[in-house]
Design a binder for this molecule. Structure first.
Ligand code: AMP
Length: 410
């Protein structure tokens, strides 16, 4: 876990604002769910996933309740849907916030990490899959990221998937795999396809493909999704080995991979269509689709590509008061109330020391009050940039008007 400090935090806020705008413009409303849920909400994600078996921050609270910090938000959103039963479908929501997984920390992998995401419940239409994928693509585009690859696959209908898993089990049983992948095979044969170990590569390349198992409906759904993405001009590659971690996915799944990150951590975000989760959480049978995009990793990708920099909005004015500090208090309050971003020096420091602070603050003007100004009810207004004009004596009553004109003009 780590601290996020200014000015990086400003970038996080901007990223959230960009996301809120993209999804807000598509009719999604924000949902906020608790950081802690009954552990059962998360164990329903699937008994065969690392997120559940190894990584949950689960504990017993003082009331003896078995709870867990959330490792992701899809299950929480489905729990909220099952609980509140919104009448108008599709229910289109977005979220932002931290998740917790006890993973081995490294660059791009933390134990507390943030995600932004959407979930849409109640509609099975393949065109919705296209909308959801397009929203994520638009978000990355708005950040300025160019080296993001969209990878899509379909896991077919649950029966297709089951037949495929059985075929994989038989195939891999006779294949040359690493010991780690043999262990994965015993728990979750699909995840063997995720192995990035060289020794497994040949066996995986020759493994049966999910597409050989699609029913007519699954194939048609996937065709519509691909045609829809093409129609919107969204580049993608079909990757039959893409399975994604969680058990509840069916039909469309997708991932956005960052071109600049190490392959083990290159998934910037992903999602897919799921069934059964709302039902498992006590609601009616409801189809769902969504994605979660990792904020930490997305910002690493932005650093690597040199886009969406952490620039801070500069101050407009820095108030220097060498007559005891009361004037600075009054003037900064007046400026801030007028919408002019202002800071000031403290601790009754010398003129020279306060001017140094004004310089360092990057403010565009210094507003200076000394004995003469106090006596005359004036201030000195000094533009900080070298060629932004001369220092002027301005009467206190005209300060706001003068500053606004100066700030607008320069
Ligand atoms: P998942 O919920 O596992 O599908 O992950 C979706 C996205 O969340 C990933 O593509 C990552 O960008 C991000 N993510 C997942 N786990 C972590 C983690 N431990 N640290 C940082 N980001 C993560």
């Amino acid at each position: 876990m780590r601290d996020i400090l200014p000015p990086e935090t400003a970038r996080w806020r901007r990223l959230n604002a960009v996301f809120a705008e993209v999804v807000g413009a598509a009719g999604y409303g924000q949902v906020v769910t608790p950081l802690i849920e009954d552990v059962g909400v998360f164990t329903r994600i699937g008994e065969a996933t690392d997120v559940v078996t190894k990584e949950l921050y689960a504990f017993e609270d003082r009331g003896g309740r078995h709870v867990s910090l959330r490792p992701e938000l899809t299950a929480s959103v489905c729990r909220a849907f099952a609980q509140h039963r919104p009448a108008a479908l599709p229910w289109k929501v977005w979220y932002t916030g931290p998740n917790f997984r006890q993973e081995k920390a490294q660059r791009g992998r933390y134990r507390q990490f943030d995600q932004v995401g959407v979930e849409v419940l109640g509609v099975d239409d393949a065109h919705l899959d296209v909308e959801v994928i397009a929203l994520a693509a638009e978000f990355y585009a708005q950040l300025g990221l160019q080296q993001v690859e969209l990878v899509v696959n379909s896991l077919g209908e649950p029966e297709d998937r089951a037949a495929y898993v059985a075929a994989l089990e038989t195939y891999f049983a006779g294949a040359d795999l690493t010991e780690q992948s043999r262990a994965t095979l015993a728990k979750n044969p699909l995840r063997v396809l995720d192995s990035k170990r060289d020794h497994d590569a040949a066996a995986i390349a020759a493994a049966p493909k999910i597409s050989e198992f699609y029913s007519g409906a699954a194939a048609a759904h996937f065709d519509t999704v691909q045609a829809g993405l093409t129609r919107l001009g969204i580049d993608f590659v079909v990757e039959p080995k893409l399975v994604r971690g969680l058990d509840y996915y069916r039909r469309t799944i997708f991932e956005f991979q960052g071109g600049t990150l190490d392959s083990a951590q290159n998934a910037l975000g992903g999602g897919g269509r799921y069934d059964g989760l709302v039902e498992a959480l006590g609601g009616p049978a409801t189809p769902g689709i969504g994605f979660a995009l990792g904020v930490d990793r997305t910002l690493l990708a932005c650093d690597d590509e040199g886009v969406f920099a952490a620039d801070v909005a500069p101050l407009d004015a820095f108030v220097v008061d060498v007559v005891g500090g009361q004037e600075a208090a009054a003037i900064t309050a007046e400026l801030r109330a007028a919408g002019i971003a202002a800071d000031r020096g403290f601790d009754d420091r010398s003129m020279k020391a306060q001017m140094k602070l004004a310089n360092r603050s990057d403010a565009r003007v210094a507003v200076i009050v000394g004995d003469d100004e106090l006596a005359d009810d004036t201030v000195q207004v000094r533009p900080m940039a070298r060629d932004a004009g001369d220092q002027q004596t301005i009467s206190r009553s005209e300060l706001i008007t003068h500053l606004k004109e100066f700030l607008d003009a320069s």
